[in-house]
Structure formats: structure tokens, C-alpha cells
Design a protein around this ligand. Structure first.
Ligand code: GAP
Length: 552
């Protein structure tokens, strides 16, 4: 909008005009007459613009119904590229299968997933500490762990459609092609570890590996960490970091990548105390879960919903420790807003289970391409520590202070989760559409890439801009926020809804007079006014989930 002056018979007349596009042509249209005095005209124009923005905001005050929308994996891939979540790595040159880059929004979501996992599993617990191991280590580690000799994928190709994939040894001859139900034929065995050379001069160099899991670094550092952190059984060691696997068939977006990140815990107990889990509370026992036991799989029957207690009583889950860890890992997802209906606990069948494990379970998720492993919760016994004792010829036993005897602890549970798979789950479960067909990404505020958007109603109104900048400066040290002043207020809300920003703060004319602002809630469009002096505290509580918007 702009002011124009018309001079008729030496007298000035002021008008407010606006550029509009009509039939592909830009035209100027008079909005209103502003009078004969220049200063008076400027004042009236300003009031008019503010009023119009306020009307726009009134229109946006409509509360809308929001519904979840199921996406297929290609739709999710496109959405992630369009909105700055994930790009194919080296996209300029056509990408590289199995490698992905995270954009300005995706890198925040990924970081928030890892931070929430770390807070829940390490920061908030007395019995778990974290480490950060290196990606390349002494290759003897991978010989001892069995990865050099036994970490083998079988590559198969479908006789009918040519689809290449990997399968487990026990699946050979038993499963058919997912795409066309054709028969598979084996094209060989491959070790998926990436190799590299340590030392630039080839003759003096050492062949080494990029780690295929973070777990072994926990075992090799086990004794040092236990002693230095003065850990007493039962205890856990956690790690988040990159892993690399030269997958035969990377596919389904970031679900199976060649470079990915794992969040892993090795939880150690005294092997004579497998039945004593001190953490099994009523709340955990009452948690209802979908169970898909080995027996149900043998009989080709459906999964069944039951409580953790029922699964333990019926001896479907054998150890209380396993029940505890399965429920704990599910609760991490559920507390962050994932939909429990899309999760199930699948027990490993006899053929899948390692010889040293009492029982092993996967958390599976109903991905757009079917039920697939989201997180493994293996029972590794004393397998890894014994192997490292044997190969390194070092004693890894620890002193049990109650009996004064040295024992080699067992890993009763190894919760191991890929960050990328959690990333897909949170996006799929939060993707929604409102009545106007706008995308609303209903992420838990803890996971939202941007927590708050600061929106001055009129970008050229200096008192509004000054107050907005002041609020922005005051909040930015504490929360990841954005300042957005371009486009209509409706467009700005929609832009933030799409990337999951839970709260928009609008600063209008009233804000200057009454020292208050509007908080708009992403999930239903509801708005409330709060005093600026209370804003930081309220946002802190909303983002941490301490209070809900509807309870304000
Ligand atoms: N330390 C145990 C271990 O690595 P795994 O079942 O091979 O066990 C654990 O991997 C988790 O790591 C999987 O449940 C999955 O979430 C993630 N993961 C494994 N391979 C992956 C890949 N190629 N791409 C993305 N995530 C992967």
C-alpha cells in the first residue's frame, strides 16, 4: 500500500492506493481518501494498515479441526526435501545411494531426537553414563567381536523382477520378493563393513574399518568407564554416534542407509540376578502393548494386545529385565507423542535368536512399507566381554562388593535404535492436515525444530517492530526461535505449522498499549493473550510439556 498525492487547482489531495494483479496485469487501485493534509494522511494510512492486519488476524482466529494423514515413503521423502528436513547427499551430482544430508530444519529435529534420548536415558538416570567412542578403532576390536568373520549379509536377487536385497541366513529359501512375490536366488555373501587405510603410505598402513555399530566401543571401554565412574551393578553405558554399513540395497528413504546414527545402551547385570529387576513399577506392568511372540509367528496368527504384566505372567516375555527395557523404550516414544497403535513387540524366532541369548525382542513399527524393525533389544549375555577378554588377554571382570567376588557381568538388554528410523516415526505420526488442507506437523514441542515464531503484525510499524525484536532477543538465548515478518499473518502461521513450530507469538497494536501478546497454538489454532513479563516462563513450561496450552 502506498500514499499518492493528486493536485487539483493547486490544492493537494491524498489517497491510499494498493497494487493488485488482475488478469495477469499489475494495476493500482484506490483504497480510500486520506484528506488534504500530508501528515494527517500519513497517520490515517498507518491506522488503516494496522486495522487491515487486525482484520486479517481476526480471520485467522478460527479454530480448525486437524486430522492425521498417512503418507507413503515417497511423499515423506518429497516433503522432507521441500521443507528443509533431508536432502540426498551430493544432490548436485545426482546423489549417492544410502547417504543423506540434513537441512536447516531436519538437523534441528535430529538433534532434538538425540537430546531427548540422552536426557531420558542418561541425564535423568543414576545408573547409566555416556561415552563418545571413535569411528575408527583398532581393527582387532572387530576381529574379537566377530564382525570380521561373521558379520555377513546374503545378497539375493528376485528371479522374476530382478529386485536386489539382503536377507538373513535363516531366511534363505523361506522368503519371497516383497515387490512381486517372486523366488530369490543368492548372489553371494558380503561383509558390509566399510574398510579404510590408517596411515597415508600404503606399505606402512593398517587396514581398518568404519564402525558398523557403536556398541563395541562400549565393551572395549567397559572396564575404564566402570572404574572411573565407580559404577555398581546393575548399570548401563550409553552412546550416540555414527555407524556405517555398506548395505546391499539401501532403500526406503533414510530407513536403510549406508551412513546412519545409532543410540545404544549396554545394560550390565550380575548373571546370577536375571530375575531381579528393581525398576518394574505398576505403571510399567500396566502398559498395554501389541505382542507378536515367536509362537504367534510360527502359527501365522495375529499380534495380540496385552499388558506387560500379562505377557510376563504367561511367560511370553521371560525375564522381568526384558519387560522393563521393552516398556521403557516404548514409553520414550509414547511420551514424545508417537502413536502406540503403530508399535508392536516382536520376539525373535528360534532361528533368529543368538545361541547366547535367553530371549530377544525387536520393537517394530508399522512403516508405510510394512511392519519393520525400529529398534533391537538384544540379550547379549557375556558374549562380547568374554570375546574381548579372550582376544585382548585382559581381565574385564569387576568386583562385586556384596560377595567380594570378581564377576563378568552380562548384558541383559542392548536397546539399539537408529536415529533415522526414529526420525521417520515422529514425522509420520505427526503429519496432519487441517480443514483448509494445510499441513500441520504435530510434533511434540520438545522435538519441534523451531519452538516459537515471533510475528510482528505490521512489519513497517516501528513501535511494533521494536517490541517484537525486544521479545525475540529476550527469548533466543533460551529457545530455538525464529523472527518472521514476511507475508500475511495467515501465510506465516501456515509456514510455521508445516515445520511443526508449536507456538506463534503475534505482536499487535494492543501489545504496545497493554504490554501483552497473543500465543497461537499450532494444533487447533486457538489463541490467548498473555502478559509479556510472563511470556518466557509460560513458553518454557509449554515447550517442556510441563503445562498444556489448553490448561493455560
Ligand atoms: N549393536 C546392535 C546392532 O547394531 P542392529 O539390529 O544391527 O543391532 C540396531 O542395529 C538398530 O540400528 C536397528 O534397529 C536400526 O534402528 C538401526 N539400523 C541398523 N542398520 C541400519 C541402516 N542401514 N540404516 C539405518 N538404521 C539402521
Amino acid at each position: 500500500m502506498f500514499i499518492v498525492k493528486k493536485t487539483i487547482k493547486e490544492k493537494d489531495y491524498y489517497y491510499l492506493r494498493q497494487s493488485i494483479r488482475e488478469n495477469g496485469k499489475v494495476k493500482a487501485k484506490t483504497i480510500c481518501y486520506l484528506g488534504k493534509d500530508k501528515e494527517e494522511a500519513k497517520k490515517k494510512a498507518k491506522e488503516f494498515k494496522v486495522k487491515e492486519k487486525e482484520n486479517e488476524m481476526d480471520e485467522e482466529r478460527i479454530e480448525t479441526k486437524v486430522e492425521h494423514k498417512k503418507l507413503n515413503i515417497d511423499e515423506l521423502t518429497n516433503f522432507c526435501k521441500r521443507k528443509g528436513f533431508v536432502y540426498p547427499s551430493g544432490d548436485l551430482y545426482g546423489g549417492l545411494a544410502g547417504f543423506w544430508d540434513y537441512g536447516h530444519i531436519g538437523s534441528e529435529l535430529k538433534k532434538n531426537i538425540k537430546d531427548s534420548w540422552w536426557a531420558f536415558h542418561v541425564q535423568e538416570r543414576e545408573d547409566i553414563v555416556g561415552i563418545d567412542g571413535s569411528i575408527i578403532t583398532n581393527p582387532k576390536v572387530w576381529e574379537a567381536s566377530g564382525h570380521v568373520g561373521n558379520f555377513i549379509d546374503i545378497a539375493v536377487v528376485c528371479k522374476k523382477c530382478g529386485n536386489k536385497t539382503k536377507i538373513d541366513k535363516h531366511e534363505l529359501g523361506k522368503i519371497v520378493c516383497e515387490k512381486c512375490k517372486g523366488e530369490f536366488t543368492s548372489i553371494g555373501e558380503f561383509n558390509p563393513m566399510f574398510t579404510t587405510q590408517v596411515g597415508p603410505i600404503k606399505d606402512d598402513s593398517l587396514k581398518a574399518y568404519l564402525r558398523p555399530e557403536t556398541a563395541q566401543l562400549i565393551f572395549t571401554n567397559f572396564k575404564l568407564v566402570q572404574e572411573n565412574a565407580r559404577l555398581k551393578l546393575p548399570f548401563g553405558i550409553a552412546q550416540i554416534g555414527k555407524s556405517f554399513r555398506n548395505e546391499i540395497a539401501p532403500r526406503n528413504f533414510i530407513f536403510r542407509s549406508r551412513e546412519f546414527e545409532q543410540m545404544e545402551i549396554e545394560y550390565f547385570i550380575d548373571p546370577s540376578k536375571t530375575k531381579e529387576c528393581p525398576f518394574l513399577t505398576k505403571e510399567i506392568e500396566n502398559l498395554k502393548v501389541n505382542i507378536y511372540s515367536a509362537k504367534m509367528q510360527e502359527k501365522n496368527s495375529e499380534q495380540t494386545e496385552m499388558s506387560i504384566k500379562e505377557a510376563l505372567d504367561k511367560k511370553i516375555i521371560m525375564l522381568p529385565w526384558h519387560a522393563y527395557w521393552l516398556a521403557t523404550e516404548l514409553n520414550w516414544f509414547f511420551n514424545l507423542g508417537a502413536n502406540s497403535k503403530n508399535f508392536r513387540l516382536r520376539q525373535h524366532t528360534k532361528e533368529e535368536k543368538s545361541h547366547y541369548a535367553t530371549d530377544t525382542w525387536d520393537i517394530e513399527y508399522n512403516f508405510p512399507f510394512g511392519w519393520k524393525e525400529l529398534q533391537g533389544i538384544a540379550d547379549r549375555g557375556t558374549y562380547d566381554l568374554s570375546k574381548h577378554e579372550k582376544h585382548s588377554k585382559k581381565d574385564l571382570k569387576i568386583m562385586d562388593e556384596t560377595t567380594n567376588k570378581k564377576i563378568l557381568p552380562m548384558v541383559v538388554a542392548e536397546p539399539s535404535l537408529g536415529v533415522e528410523r526414529a526420525f521417520i516415526v515422529f514425522l509420520l505420526d505427526s503429519y496432519s492436515i487441517n480443514e483448509r488442507k494445510n499441513i500441520i506437523l504435530r510434533l511434540h514441542p520438545k522435538l519441534s525444530p523451531i519452538k516459537v515464531a515471533i510475528l510482528p503484525l505490521v512489519k513497517k510499524e516501528s513501535s511494533m517492530v521494536n517490541l517484537s525484536r525486544e521479545i525475540y532477543e529476550n527469548l533466543k538465548k533460551e529457545l530455538k526461535i525464529t523472527y518472521d515478518d514476511s507475508g500475511s499473518i495467515g501465510r506465516r502461521y501456515a509456514r510455521n505449522d508445516e515445520i511443526g513450530t508449536p507456538f506463534c507469538i503475534t505482536i499487535d497494536e494492543e501489545s504496545i498499549k497493554k504490554k501483552d501478546v497473543t500465543i497461537r497454538n499450532r494444533d487447533d489454532g486457538k489463541q490467548i493473550r498473555v502478559k509479556i513479563e510472563k511470556l518466557k516462563e509460560i513458553l518454557r513450561s509449554l515447550v517442556s510439556g510441563k503445562i498444556l496450552f489448553q490448561n493455560l
